[in-house]
Every structure is written in C-alpha cells, then in structure tokens.
Design a protein around this ligand. Structure first.
Ligand code: NAD
Length: 359
C-alpha cells in the first residue's frame, strides 16, 4: 500500500555511457565555465592532465592532491590554487575523495562542479560533504554542495581493480539498503534502491571473474548511480552511523568497513523491516537478504572481518558504547548488547546471525 510521502528530486544533470568523457568541454561550457580547475588524487594525476589537454582553452590548472576524508588543510591549498589560476569551475575526476574536495571548494566559493566519478561511492549524487579538521570529521549538508553535472564514463572504471570494485560496489549497495527502510523512505527512491542493488549484485561477480567485462562494468556504474541517488535523497540509519564511528575511531578504510558491516547491520534491523528484507532478497536472488549479502562479499573475495582491516578486539565494547551514545533514528531501537553482538560477529568475520532483542 502506498501511504503519504515527500519526495525531493535533487537537481543534477547526468551524462552516462562509454566515451562520455569527450563531452566534458561541452558540459563545462553548458555550465557557463571558462576556466576549469581539475582535481584528482596523486594516483590519477596523469588522467587529469590528459583531460586538461583535451579541454584546451577551458583548462586553467590541476590540483592533484585530493585525499581521504577531505582534510581542511588540503581544501585550503586547493583554494589557493583555484584563486591563483582564476578558475570559475571545478572538475573532480576520481572517487569519493576527489568528489569530496570539489564539494568542499563549492561550499566555500559557490563554484559549479562537473563531477566525473571513477568508483561506485555515490558521493556525486549527494549534497553532503564530510570534512576533517584536527582529526575530527564533521558532515555538512548544503544545496551548494551537490555537483551540477555528472559525467559517468564506463571506460574510466575499467582500471578500477576488481578488489576495489567489489568493496566500492557493496558500499553503494549499503546506501540502497538503508534507503529501503529509511524514516523518510518513499516509493520512488525505493524503486531506484531495488534496481541499484539488483544491478550491482549481478555485475560485481562478473567483474570479479573478468575485470574487462564492459557490460558488467556498465551495469555496475548504472547501479552505483542509482544507489548514490538513494544516499542523497533519504536519511541513513544504523549501518552508516556504525561505519562512520568505526572508520573514525579506528581509522579503518571506508569501503571495506561498509562491506564487512553491511550483512550484520541488516541482520540487526531484519525483524523490524520485513518488506525491505523481501525486496533485497529479490534483488540479489537469495532466500535471506543478510546471508545473501555476506555470501556476495565472500564470493567477491572481499575481506570479511574487521580484525583483518585493523580494528583491535578491545575496540568492540568502545564501538558499541559509541553507537548508542548519540541517539538517532533506526527502524529497530538501538540496544547496546545486541549491537555489541553485531560488532563482535563483524570483527571475527562470522556470518550474520539472528540478533536477539533485549529480554
Ligand atoms: P577514493 O576516492 O579514496 O579512491 C581510492 C583510490 O582509488 C584512490 O587512490 C583513487 O585515486 C583510486 N581510484 C579511483 N578510481 C580509480 C579507477 N577507476 N582506477 C584506478 N584507481 C582508481 O575511494 P572511494 O571509496 O571512492 O571514496 C571514499 C571517500 O568518499 C571517503 O572519504 C568517504 O567518506 C567519501 N564518500 C562521501 C560520500 C558523500 O555523500 N559525502 C558518499 C560516499 C563516499
């Protein structure tokens, strides 16, 4: 049954396909840009310089210093380069870290952003940026942060190693999973969520078998886009909060943490969200949604235990305490001991279990 809901369509233009990078100059001009600052990580600097050559007179300069967690001091250095070359727009070419830098610059200056994602993180579809200062990460939501135009070019994702494709893809699935049971869920976002999960669950195993499978890479990028829309459109819950806490407290890698925790956080919420469980099971072709997601990660060769990505065993209790410290909405109330069980299973790499409610 469809009840009352609010759906806010975020204004962004999407160009999707193979070879679409060639449309970058036209898209910059469409935004009214005359001097573009290209942003990349050090690893993708050459790609950025090639794009600069292709942009010709629209190319102002490159800042190849994007890094994880959008540190404020990096943003300030990029801002200085932006001023020095009199750029009037930014082109972020890379994963969520590079997108984050473009957003941080837009937040401070209001410049238009052309975003060209090369992973499945989904940040390009959200008006949110997480920034780090003095080791503290804070999140800002602001309409100015949403990139105006996004070019998805499948060709750029072919170099994303299969292991990164797996964890980045499951990171995207996590956005869609939480969108299905969000407090402000709505039927339109849920359509995208189910389709996004289906596309990624089909494509990721094919990429793991053959990383040059163009059809699978296309389907994965399509799925990642849909999952990104979910993240930008509705609020997230336990899973994202837990990953944020674990990542921040123990300095764990972003996509890997999501991949390990997702089956367990979903198992925790399962009793409260039977419809969501049905939709996810249908999308991934499994009888049980959380077991199915655990099996998917295993099949992709992803790391399955938090202890294997650097979390100390002594952190389990600390993480459980932190998870219930700042109350936030979740479909199942936050129960400290049950959350501790969930984290302990994820730490050890066990399959997700039925997580008991407090007596
Ligand atoms: P990333 O951007 O840090 O990229 C990881 C590494 O892979 C980098 O060295 C990058 O240069 C390289 N890389 C990227 N694409 C490649 C490709 N196609 N081929 C070869 N190498 C490639 O990783 P990520 O997982 O995309 O992003 C994680 C960051 O994004 C985190 O800081 C996270 O908080 C943020 N994020 C933010 C949002 C949001 O809405 N604000 C959403 C999702 C993620």
């Amino acid at each position: 049954m469809i009840g009352s809901f609010t759906f806010e369509n975020l204004p962004s233009r999407v160009v999707f396909g193979s070879g679409t990078l060639a449309q970058a100059a036209a898209e910059i001009e469409r935004l009214g840009g005359k001097r573009a600052l290209i942003l990349t990580t050090p690893q993708q600097e050459n790609q950025g310089r090639n794009l600069g050559t292709a942009l010709g007179p629209l190319y102002a300069d490159i800042f190849p210093g994007a890094t994880m967690h959008t540190p404020v001091e990096v943003t300030e250095r990029a801002l200085a380069v932006m001023k020095a070359c009199a750029a009037d727009c930014v082109v972020a070419l890379g994963g969520g870290s590079t997108t984050g830098l473009g957003k941080a610059l837009a937040l401070r200056t209001g410049v238009n952003q052309l975003c060209i994602p090369t992973t499945y993180a989904g940040s390009e579809m959200t008006p949110i940026v997480g920034q780090t200062e003095n080791g503290l990460k804070t999140t800002v939501r602001d309409a100015a942060i949403l990139p105006e135009t996004v070019i998805y070019d499948v060709d750029l994702t072919l170099t994303l190693p299969a292991s990164l494709a797996a964890t980045s893809g499951i990171n995207a699935i996590a956005h869609a999973v939480e969108a299905l049971y969000a407090r402000d869920t709505n039927p339109v976002t849920s359509l995208m969520a189910e389709e996004g999960i289906r596309a990624l669950a089909r494509a990721l195993p094919a990429i793991a078998t053959n990383s040059n499978d163009r059809e699978a890479r296309t389907e994965a990028l399509y799925g990642a886009w849909l999952c990104g829309v979910c993240l930008g459109t509705v609020g997230m819950a336990l899973h994202h909060k837990l990953c944020h806490t674990l990542g921040g407290t123990f300095d764990l890698p972003h996509a890997e943490t999501h991949t390990i925790v997702l089956p367990h956080s979903l198992a925790y919420n399962a009793p409260a969200v039977p419809d969501t469980m049905t939709r996810i099971s249908r999308a991934i072709g499994a009888t049980d949604a959380s077991q199915g997601l655990f099996e998917l990660a295993r099949r992709l060769g992803a790391t399955l235990a938090l202890r294997d990505i650097g979390m100390p065993e002594s952190g389990i209790d600390k993480a459980a305490d932190l998870a219930v410290t700042n109350a936030y909405w979740n479909p199942r109330p936050l129960e400290r001991n049950a959350i501790r069980d969930l984290i302990a299973r994820a730490w050890a790499g066990e399959p997700p279990g039925a997580i008991k409610a407090a007596a």
